[in-house]
Design a protein around this ligand. Structure first.
Ligand code: HEC
Length: 117
């Protein structure tokens, strides 16, 4: 029993990990229509970005600059690595934005939302 308990806990952890991606995959960004992708991007933007960026991404926010029209390259460099694409001239010289790598899957959605007409 002393050895069984850690093993059964491990099994639960593995089952849990195995299930997590499945639960979200029903609405994986790649399966969404262009409109759905934009909608999803808006939800992610509002929940993860407006603490610093403006609710209206075409305007400067409390801390972060306007980011409407940002390229996919710029969004992924910033969000995944808090970096910039080679040769890109940042709007701000500060380095206040943390990387948010857990949003990797959502980059296409954020890009669709930030580039909607
Ligand atoms: C903690 C505050 C904060 C959060 C949260 C945040 N940002 Fe930022 N962001 C900034 C700041 C401040 C800058 C300016 C550069 C710097 O100081 O890092 C910036 C810069 C950027 C830039 C580069 C703008 C340019 O052209 O130079 C992009 C793109 C960007 N943010 C996207 C996002 C996205 C998308 C999210 C949400 C997933 C997000 N940011 C969340 C604060 C934040």
């Amino acid at each position: 029993m002393r050895y069984l308990l850690p093993f059964s806990l491990l099994a639960i952890v593995f089952v849990g990990v195995g299930c997590t991606p499945k639960a979200g995959s029903g609405s994986a960004p790649s399966e969404l229509s262009a409109d759905q992708l934009k909608e999803r991007g808006k939800v992610i933007y509002v929940s993860s970005c407006i603490a610093c960026h403006n609710v209206d991404p075409s305007k400067d926010g409390s801390v972060g600059p306007a980011i409407k029209g940002s390229s996919l390259e710029l969004i992924s460099a910033r969000v995944l690595r808090a970096a910039y694409p080679a040769g890109y001239k940042p709007k701000r010289e500060t380095a206040q934005m943390p990387a948010l790598p857990h949003l990797e899957k959502e980059i296409p959605a954020l890009h669709a939302y930030l580039n909607e007409k």
